[in-house]
Write a protein that binds this ligand. Sequence first.
Ligand SMILES: Cc1cc2nc3c(=O)[nH]c(=O)nc-3n(C[C@H](O)[C@H](O)[C@H](O)COP(=O)(O)O)c2cc1C
Length: 229
Amino acid sequence: MKITVLNGSPKGERSDTLVMTRAFIEGMGRVCPTEVITVHAAVANIEYCSGCFACKHNGGKCIHDDDMTGILEDMLSSDLIIYSFGLYSYGMPGALKNLLDRTMPLSSWNMYRDTEGKYGHKFQYDVSRMRFMMICGCGYPNSKHNFEGAVRQFELKYPDNCGIITVPESPMFNIPQAAQFVSPRIEELKDAGEEFAKNGALSDETMKKICSPMIPEEIYAKFANGERH
Ligand SMILES: Cc1cc2nc3c(=O)[nH]c(=O)nc-3n(C[C@H](O)[C@H](O)[C@H](O)COP(=O)(O)O)c2cc1C
């Protein structure tokens, strides 16, 4: 299975969220061989979308000649695209949003309207085998009143075949002293990856487990605020 990871963290390899994403992919690897390509959006050479819509009228060719050409090729040849990012201002970090905008060449000019009245552009390539996943960490200990904007954007963008994992308290993934609380979650994420590779979806039970805080909200908040006693 070919997987393209679009890493939105400006911290690159040091991303907290990437620890989760890698665990998930490792679990998938228990079921099938995986080929993983990781794009670090913050250092890739990606111009802003110019909004010209030229890509919709000339067979998906963008006016910009930059790293996005290769990234789109990788996406199109992948079975799974993972948007991996830490929550920034209740949404995705700017570099990843810029990359997302530049996926415009993948869809055609024609709009469709779904049964609920939502409009969107249809893909102009066969993406029927492709799955889209968002794996998102965040610095606050709460999920409610925090992840909603990013989750809704992803659901609207990829209404078919999308999976969403959100995990609060994610800076703990890169704090060695937190290992005892983090290690079980990493194992759960590996198991979740295995489940996803087997079933193509995650059960409600698994989602509840992996998306919960790793330590109680109040204790995390106290530690984060420097109140250790
Ligand atoms: C500019 C900026 C904005 C942030 N906004 C939020 C936010 O809205 N909610 C939240 O819970 N954490 C927020 N955080 C914290 C990050 O989500 C957190 O540090 C996360 O672990 C970073 O993940 P990464 O290492 O994968 O980039 C923000 C951090 C930065 C630097």
